[in-house]
Ligand binder design. Structure first.
Ligand code: FE2
Length: 204
């Protein structure tokens, strides 16, 4: 089964700046994503994107929401339509005439899977957070205290341990950090406290 999208252009540039409202995004999320684990993952990535946009990119409120929305919806079709992963959510957002950058970010969150390269910072950070966030969360589940007391050293140890979260590609994680131009250590240090906060507050 190929998930290649076979295109690089998404949506219509005249829709730049057009985003889903928070209410509409939440209803889509509720309706499309039924798996509680996937919900947690998507909320974590959305929060990391929001934090990065606010803290590192210094964006306006709508810019921050665009980043959060891309994170929130990046796996929206994975749960119920895995053979149409990425394609279905992108086509849906195109119908709604959403900002093309949101679709591009979603389309490039796995270049090896969808055949679309991350281009701007939003694309690159979504790709950089996705798998690494998942590995860090898997580590938290194994730790008696969850995120409490988790540090960079422990995460790096798990990264080196090939049998841990074996389905998470270490090469992809490193590649994503390189593309974003961020040291892996800095990325991990950014994720841990923010992911701890969101995970403690989500109720799925
Ligand atoms: Fe994901």
């Amino acid at each position: 089964m190929s998930l290649l999208l076979n295109r690089n252009s998404f949506g219509n540039p005249s829709n730049a700046g057009k985003l889903l409202s928070k209410e509409a995004a939440n209803s889509l999320f509720e309706e499309w994503v039924l798996n509680p684990k996937l919900r947690v993952h998507m909320l974590q990535v959305a929060h990391l994107m929001q934090c990065w946009a606010a803290e590192k990119e210094g964006l306006s409120e709508s810019g921050i929401w665009k980043w959060e929305l891309s994170g929130l919806l990046h796996d929206a079709d994975w749960d119920q339509w895995p053979d149409q992963h990425c394609k279905k959510i992108i086509e849906y957002l195109e119908q709604l005439e959403i900002d093309p950058e949101v679709m591009h970010a979603i389309a490039s969150h796995g270049p090896a899977h969808f055949g679309v390269e991350p281009e701007n910072n939003m694309d690159k950070m979504l790709f950089a957070f996705d798998e690494l966030s998942g590995l860090i969360h898997a580590y938290s589940i194994l730790r008696p205290g969850g995120y409490e007391g988790m540090d960079l050293k422990g995460v790096k140890k798990r990264l080196k341990e090939k049998s841990f979260a074996a389905n998470v590609s270490r090469d992809e994680i490193q590649d994503a950090a390189n593309r974003a131009g961020i040291l892996l250590d800095d990325l991990i240090a950014f994720i841990i406290p923010r992911q701890a906060t969101i995970t403690n507050s989500v109720n799925v």
